[in-house]
Ligand binder design. Sequence first.
Ligand SMILES: [Zn+2]
Length: 406
Amino acid sequence: MGQYHCRVSRHGVFSDLVGQDDAVETLRRAAEAAARVVAGEPVGSGAMTHAWIFTGPPGAGRSLAARAFAAALECERGGAGCGECHGCHTVLGRTHADVRFVAPEGLSIGVGEMRALVLRAATAPSGGRWQVVVIEDADRLTEAAGNALLKAIEEPPPRTVFLLCTPSTHPDDISVTIRSRCRLVALRQPPADAVATALVERDGLAAETAAWAAAAAQGDITRARLLAADPEARSRREAVLAVPKRLTGVGACFDVAATLVTAAKAEAADNVAESDAAERSALEQALGAGGTGRGAAGAMRGAAGQIKDLEKRQKSRATRAQRDALDRALVDLAGFYRDVLVTAFQAPVSVVHGDAAPQSEAAARKWTAESTLRRLEAVLACRESINQNVKPEIAVEAMMLTLWRG
Ligand SMILES: [Zn+2]
């Protein structure tokens, strides 16, 4: 317990950023400088910046890092990010009045949303510190939304900070002009053993479970926690790892593809069902309450329009959730073929899916390295195709045929 407390007080809000010491050091210094700005003390130029980009592979903790930094900026203890004060707590719980999180519900962030946000971000922070805008998928900004954001970043209000999260600084992910105005925090994929240690020390997991979950989640601490805690997440993963041995012919390829896509849809539907229902009943209530004072026909038309808007947004969010679920499955599958290669070459690195080692070892004996590589590439190409809006069924079927033939 004493050790636990020591870790928290030493790292505070940054303690979830496992294996990211350089990034944490940069952010801590900036938050301390920001606190000096608030206190009216002198600060060296460049110590604090108004616009930041957090990059890194999925699971590296881009959003975690941005949220932790936002908490440190609002921390009541001199930007320490103590994790204990009201400022830290409310930011981490996403309820701080001066910190707004933007995550696209659909496949992109539109210009209307961005303009409204920029406008609110320009107001004075109610808590007297900083207005912070966290854009969790800045790679999904539409061009117009990106331009609206760029204007705000070019002439930032004195107490406004923009935190952008994107997979990389490639122009496909973020415009070159926005990139040039931001300070970069590059996060890396944390090593599995660092994640395992964190799961043992902070979540109290047994060492063996922690090691398995950290490896299976390929360094993504959020997913590792889910795998350790949620039997459904584990059985979904097992079904994905069973895919290679189920591919016995063309017919099986189509069957397995359909199963995989259907499972992703079901998982996504589960994930959005609760918020869909809550939003719908909130809207119906609002419409019912406001319907008495106006002309009945006009109110009906307005209500139908609002319900239609909500349905459109929910459909878009469902599509996004399906793609995310399918992508997680594909990452697991790519891990398997990577394990086959690692085993075939006896590479001195550990496998991702230790519990599927008998299958990956058998495959390593049976397949040539070239055909394993083609299979791995097929999984990566499938991810890319889905990312480029190819219909998931078609992309997955094409992948299965290559996984079978090699
Ligand atoms: Zn604090």
